[in-house]
Write a protein that binds this ligand. Structure first.
Ligand code: AOF
Ligand code: ZN
Length: 382
């Protein structure tokens, strides 16, 4: 299928709109849609995106904006339209009822109740269906959703501060080494993920709160992987458990008296498998069962190394500071990470932020929403 320049522009606009739902729609996918008139000089008559979990889908919002002008027109949508009743009715029915003549989808929906059936339903109703335009962008956009739907585990973002050598995280006892601007960016990231995970060494030495400040669209579950049951009842994490959920993941050898004390303080204790190697993958599977779409791994070096060794990391955020190389653990460096490909390099405050994906992971391109992309885009532009 040859797509026109207008097709491409309309679909890239839909991708841009989809991103406006980041942090608000999960565990649903981010989806954007654009409705255009047909003919030699098409124009966009409606735009929309899935704005929040449980709310209307992108197509329905774009069709509402287009009104009667959708009849005989084309819809560009970043994900195959759904054909099942979830919290909202099937988008395929809405498209057919609106008289859409052509549907262009960037990629299929891996959801078992859709998986090609949405496109088939449209085709059976006489709608011309074209698939695969801007597929790479669409796959990146929905990579965390796809990870959850197809593998039952969340998308894992590993974040660490590194010296110029790129070593994996600062040793315990050193608080954030990067700039104010970097810290603000991390808090933004915290506010859009479902869980924040640290190892017990970091929890003991740094005594962190692990909350997004200021709050973001999501309130992440705070998780400590604490195999030996070392987290103190007087730690900031445990003391704030009543207000911000805390999950302490440990092993079967943990002292039952300690488990009881942690539970009595209002935290949840999850007891994983005996084998330490299996504990992190099992914990991620447990977070997947809880519908966590994105998990942020904040260190320290032991947990980060274990996560990389288990092939559990999908995306990396590395804040390279100009502090002395001695701040970072030289035993593992960025260039040792197999399959890490850096997508973006940004200057943030006084730091360099490298963001990339691991292995074959198709991450959402880091960087979030383009400023202004969501403003005033609902009404028809032509
Ligand atoms: C679309 N357009 O904008 C989105 C889709 O519970 P519901 O009704 O919100 O349905 C959620 C499912 O619908 C989700 O798992 C995925 O398969 C699909 N998401 N589909 O046509 C959208 N967000
Ligand atoms: Zn739908």
């Amino acid at each position: 299928m040859a797509f026109s320049a207008f097709d491409s522009a309309a679909m890239l606009r839909a991708v841009e709109l989809a991103r406006c739902g980041e942090g608000l729609v999960e565990p649903n996918p981010m989806v954007g849609a654009v409705v255009a008139t047909a003919g030699a000089t098409p124009c966009i008559v409606g735009e929309g995106w899935h704005e929040r979990f449980g709310g209307p889908h992108a197509e329905v919002i774009a069709l509402a904006a287009a009104g009667d002008r959708a009849r005989g027109g084309t819809i560009y949508v970043t994900l195959e339209p759904c054909c099942h009743h979830g919290k909202t009715p099937p988008c395929t029915d809405a498209l057919i009822a609106a008289g859409i003549a052509r549907a262009v989808a960037a990629a299929a929906d891996p959801h078992p109740l859709v998986a090609g059936q949405g496109l088939a339903r449209l085709a059976a109703a006489g709608v011309r269906v074209d698939v695969g335009l801007a597929e790479e962008e669409a796959l990146r956009l929905t990579a965390p959703y796809r990870r959850l739907v197809t593998r039952g585990r969340p998308w894992v973002i590993a974040k660490w501060a590194a010296g110029p050598g790129g070593g994996l995280g600062s040793p315990p006892g050193r608080r954030w080494l990067s700039s104010e601007a970097s810290r603000a960016l991390v808090h933004q990231l915290r506010g859009r993920v479902d869980a924040i995970l640290v190892g017990s060494g970091t929890a003991l030495v740094d005594d962190p709160l692990l909350t997004p400040r200021p709050p973001g669209p999501r309130s992440p579950l705070r998780v400590v992987l604490d195999s030996r049951g070392r987290l103190g009842i007087d730690s900031q994490l445990v003391r704030t458990a009543a207000g911000a959920p805390l999950l302490v993941a440990t092993g079967p050898a943990a002292d039952p008296a300690w488990v009881s004390r942690i539970r009595a303080a209002g935290a949840e204790v999850w007891i994983g498998p005996d084998a330490p190697d299996g504990r992190l993958p099992e914990l991620l599977a447990e977070l997947g069962r809880r519908n966590c779409t994105n998990v942020l791994l904040e260190g320290g070096p032991t947990l980060l190394r274990a996560a990389f060794a288990a092939g559990a990391v999908d995306e990396a955020w590395v804040f390279v500071t100009d502090c002395a190389p001695a701040i970072s653990d030289p035993s593992v460096a960025i260039h040792d990470l197999p399959g890490l490909s850096i997508d973006t390099v940004d200057i943030v405050g006084g730091d360099i932020l490298l963001r990339g994906r691991l292995g074959t992971s198709a991450a959402a391109p880091p960087g979030g929403v383009t400023p202004g992309a969501c403003r005033g885009s609902r009404s028809a532009s032509g």
